[in-house]
Design a protein. Structure first.
Length: 95
């Protein structure tokens, strides 16, 4: 019973540590927008132009493709990799 309580506490702590508030998500989105604008300005695009908006859109598309690739790679990975055991174990004793 005690191990169950400890496991529940650890699981609950891990689940709650992944939570973010809406303010944190909004500030992260604003920081990303500012970084994208700075990148497009560094590349030589003038703000409030169509080329600048296209640059922002392309950066967003690149980020989306990277996220999609990461998700596909995570889906293809074996979830039990660190604890891998061969399906075909040697059926006899070694000694």
């Amino acid at each position: 019973m005690r191990t169950l309580a400890i496991a529940l506490c650890i699981t609950g702590g891990l689940a709650l540590s992944a939570c973010t508030t809406p303010e944190q998500r909004a500030s992260a989105a604003a920081a990303q927008q500012n970084a994208d604008e700075a990148e497009c300005t560094t590349l030589g695009f003038q703000p409030q132009t169509e080329a600048f908006a296209d640059c922002l859109l392309r950066l967003r598309e690149i980020r989306s493709e990277n996220a999609k690739t990461r998700a596909l790679n995570n889906a293809r990975r074996d979830p039990f990799w660190p604890w891998y055991r061969s399906r075909y174990r040697y059926p006899y004793r070694y000694w």
